[in-house]
Structures are given as structure tokens and as C-alpha cells.
Write a protein that binds this ligand. Structure first.
Ligand code: SF4
Length: 464
């Protein structure tokens, strides 16, 4: 299509002017943080085209489901949502329904849409978001179904964004993944690694901080390989130092870190920084070297624990969280005992645990299960129960200490603010609505297995 972006926008606006009401669009994102970040861009594009954004699908003229392929469960939810659109479609014949995100990259999903959901007229793959205006225009011009799959490049830096929060922002630093863990579909649906330039990232982060943003979450499938392949290569710690030098009162968080690329330099950078969290999300996935090899993870438990030991030797309070898969097809009871040993040793603050579910197209999906689902469920219960005890015990290290936390929301019934500390721990403390979105000094007065309790130190904080 040769029309320029401006022409496409004008033509869509002309179509929207013929509507008897103000045109509205509804975007719903599913899955990981990166997908939610993409969802903010879809919203920005639609708003720029002249749609008013709505949370109510019933009043929308465009409904976009921005869906994630990583877990089968998320996909089923999206398919369920599509099925439930029947009455909305009957009431609004103008309605355009679209599926975008990495779920749209799967051939079997597109085949299902063609067969059972022909009313889905827009299909945009991950990384094709800037093609939304031309896709919409094609449909308004009469095309029955528009499909664009594209994940090789980087999104246009000038895409408009509608941020969900005024004080927290996600900033992708890279897209795609080169690792091909055998259980994961991401490299197939999001393509190979490509990094944004440090200049573009810094400019975005500076702008957010100038607008009063208090937490920047840097995103990538493997942030530690950030910068490889750029014209002037730069490491992730170097990017962090560059961002940390920006003046202001804010936290920098990031995810995810692949253990094979986490270096002492990364830990040193975090600990010597002004703004970066003192906590690392370092997904170990399993406590068995044999299974890690079958997962194609490219590290051993020994090298993983070296990173943990290094961080704790520099700062005993340094926190870790992890993703853990229970029930990988070849996992035995003995392998699982290794997982239990790892959580005892590392004392994670928090675990994101998943029962393995096969994803079509991955190597692991062809492996035979050596354990029953009952055995796997029992392992998971044991893991969760022990982790709750570990979290509560290890979080006691903060009792009586002063920490800084970002108040993210407040429960009006209890009057408790909920947010996260610089150490990445959930904390709740009594406070007011006006505290939301502020970084506050807090004295830790209590510990639960999922959160710290505290009291805000009034008088030491900003704007007081
Ligand atoms: S590092 Fe592994 S688990 Fe993470 S996105 Fe890449 S392939 Fe998937």
C-alpha cells in the first residue's frame, strides 16, 4: 500500500465522520507485560485516528484483542471472548473485530479464526502494530479480512501511546528472543532479538520522568542480551548506568533476566545505582541440571548460584525472585527435590510458579511425560507451601528497617496503601488517596508471607 500515513489517517477520519455517533474503540490485552505495553500503543494509534477509547466492548466500533501465545490458558480465554461477541456484533453491524499480538502469529490460530470466527476481520501479528491504520482502512474499503504478520523490525519510535498509569511506565528495550528454550513459543512468534537504540530509550525515559513518572519498568525477553547487534554495541549494565544518571526521584526495574547472561557487572551496577531496584528476577525454571539441559537453558545450577552468591556477598539483603516450571515432561521426583533444594538455598522473596503446559510447535511438546498429573499437582502444592514459609522467614530481615516504596493503590475499606519497595517486595501501609503515585519512606513493622507491613515516616517524604 503506497498511501502515506497521513493520507490513511485522513481517509479513516472521513469514514468515522459518517458515523451517527462518536466512534469508539476497545482494546484488551492479555498475557505478559510486553503485551500490555503493545496494548498501550494500539490504544494510542486508535485514539490518534479519531476513536474515543472505551472500557465497554458493547459500545465499541472496533474491538481489538491483543493476545499472548505464551500460555494455552490465555489463548483459551481470548477464544472464549471472541465467541461471546455474538450479541454485540448483531447490535452493531459496523463493528470491526481484530486479533493482534503474538497469538495472531500462530498458523493454527489463524486457521481456527478462518474456520470458526470469520467475523474477525483484522489479524495483526506481534510487531505489526504500526500497520493497524492501513489494516483498518482496507477493511473500511471493503476487504473481508486483513492479515499482516511481521516481527522482524522494531516498532516505529514515533507511535503514539496511551499510558495506563501516570506514575508507572513500561519501556521495552528490546524485542524477540534468540534462546529457544524447548518449552517456549516466544522465539517463533516474536522473532529474533533486536534492540532499540540507547538514545531512543533514554529519550523516552527522560520524558516519562519529566512528566512525574516514579517507576520505569524496562522490558525485554532477555534484557541481559540488550545491545547485541546494534551499530554501536552496548551492554545492558551500560544502558542501566546511562538511565540511572537521569535526575529525579524514581525507581528503575527490569525484566526478564536470563541467568546465562546475568553478570557481576549487572549486580555491581544495581548496587551502586541511585534508582535501580535491589532485587533481581532471575528465572531458574528448575532445580535439576539434567532438566535444565533438556529445557535448553544454557546454565547449570552451579553457575546460577554463583550469581546469587555474588549478589549476597555484596549485599546480604539482596532479593531474588524466580519463575519455576513444575512438571516439565521429563521431570522426576528426584529432579523436583533439586527444585526444593534451590528454593531452600536462594530463599526467594517471591516465586512465579507454573505447571508445565505444552505449546504446539515447541520441542518439549513432543516429549513424553514421565510423571502423572496427580504427582505434578502434589509437587506444586509442596513447593507453594514451603515457599510461603521461606518468604515469611526471609522477609523478616527487613523488620524495623527503613525502606522506600512506591504506593500504587489504596484499599478504601482498610485504608491500606499497596505498593513495592526498592527491593521489589510488596508492602502495605496505612495512608491516604493523595499518597498514591508517591515514593515514600516507610518503617517496616510487620511481615507476612506475601508482603511487608509498614508505617509511613511522615515528615521525611516529599511534598510534606
Ligand atoms: S529466554 Fe527462553 S523462556 Fe524466555 S522468551 Fe526466550 S525462549 Fe522463551
Amino acid at each position: 500500500m503506497s498511501d502515506s500515513r497521513a493520507q490513511i489517517r485522513e481517509e479513516i477520519r472521513a469514514v468515522l465522520e459518517t458515523f451517527p455517533h462518536s466512534p469508539k474503540a476497545h482494546v484488551q490485552s492479555f498475557g505478559c507485560q510486553l503485551n500490555f505495553c503493545d496494548g498501550e500503543k494500539y490504544k494510542g494509534i486508535l485514539q490518534d485516528l479519531g476513536y474515543e477509547l472505551t472500557d465497554t466492548p458493547e459500545e465499541a466500533d472496533v474491538i481489538l484483542y491483543n493476545a499472548c501465545a505464551v500460555r494455552a490458558h490465555a489463548e483459551s480465554r481470548v477464544i472464549g471472548r471472541l465467541g461471546a461477541l455474538k450479541s454485540i456484533r448483531e447490535k452493531n453491524p459496523r463493528l470491526i473485530v481484530g486479533l493482534c499480538g503474538c497469538m495472531a502469529e500462530e498458523e493454527e490460530v489463524r486457521a481456527l479464526l478462518r474456520k470458526s470466527y470469520p467475523f474477525v476481520r483484522l489479524v495483526l501479528g506481534a510487531g505489526a502494530m504500526e500497520r493497524l491504520p492501513e489494516a483498518l482502512l482496507s477493511v473500511y474499503r471493503g476487504e473481508k479480512r486483513h492479515e499482516t504478520l511481521q516481527f522482524a523490525g522494531l516498532p516505529d519510535e514515533t507511535l503514539p501511546t496511551v499510558r495506563e498509569s501516570t506514575f508507572q511506565a513500561s519501556v521495552p528495550v528490546m524485542y524477540g528472543c534468540n534462546n529457544f528454550c524447548t518449552y517456549c513459543i516466544v522465539p517463533y512468534v516474536r522473532g529474533r532479538e533486536r534492540s532499540r537504540t540507547p538514545e531512543a530509550i533514554e529519550q523516552e525515559v527522560r520524558g516519562l520522568i519529566a512528566q512525574g513518572c516514579r517507576e520505569i519498568l524496562l522490558l525485554g525477553q532477555n534484557v541481559n542480551s540488550y545491545g547485541r547487534g546494534l551499530e554501536t554495541e552496548i551492554s545492558f549494565p551500560a544502558l542501566l548506568r546511562r538511565l540511572d544518571a537521569i535526575e529525579g526521584d524514581y525507581f528503575i526495574r527490569f525484566m526478564s533476566s536470563h541467568p546465562k547472561d546475568a553478570t557481576p557487572e549487572l549486580i555491581d551496577t544495581m548496587l551502586s545505582s541511585q534508582h535501580i531496584e535491589h532485587h533481581l528476577h532471575l528465572p531458574v525454571q528448575c532445580g535439576s541440571d539434567r532438566v535444565l539441559k533438556e529445557m535448553n537453558r544454557h546454565y547449570t545450577l552451579e553457575t546460577y548460584l554463583k550469581t546469587v552468591d555474588y549478589a549476597r556477598s555484596k549485599s546480604p539483603d539482596f532479593g531474588f525472585s524466580s519463575d519455576l516450571i513444575v512438571g516439565f515432561p521429563t521431570e522426576t521426583d528426584e529432579d523436583f527435590e533439586g527444585t526444593m533444594r534451590i528454593i531452600e538455598y536462594v530463599k526467594y522473596d517471591n516465586l512465579y510458579t507454573f505447571i508445565y503446559s505444552p505449546r504446539t510447535g515447541t520441542k518439549a511438546a513432543q516429549m513424553e511425560f514421565v510423571s502423572t498429573q496427580e504427582q505434578i499437582a502434589a509437587r506444586m502444592s509442596r513447593l507453594l507451601a514451603r515457599q510461603r514459609e521461606i518468604s515469611e522467614e526471609f522477609n523478616k530481615r527487613f523488620l524495623g528497617k527503613q525502606v522506600r516504596f512506591l504506593a500504587e493503590k489504596r484499599d478504601p475499606e482498610t485504608g491500606l496503601l499497596l505498593g513495592k519497595t526498592r527491593e521489589g517486595l510488596v508492602l502495605e501501609a496505612p495512608g491516604t488517596e493523595s499518597d498514591i503515585g508517591r515514593l515514600l519512606d516507610v518503617k517496616v513493622t510487620g511481615v507476612k508471607n506475601w508482603a511487608l507491613g509498614g508505617e509511613i515516616l511522615r515528615g521525611t517524604n516529599d511534598a510534606e
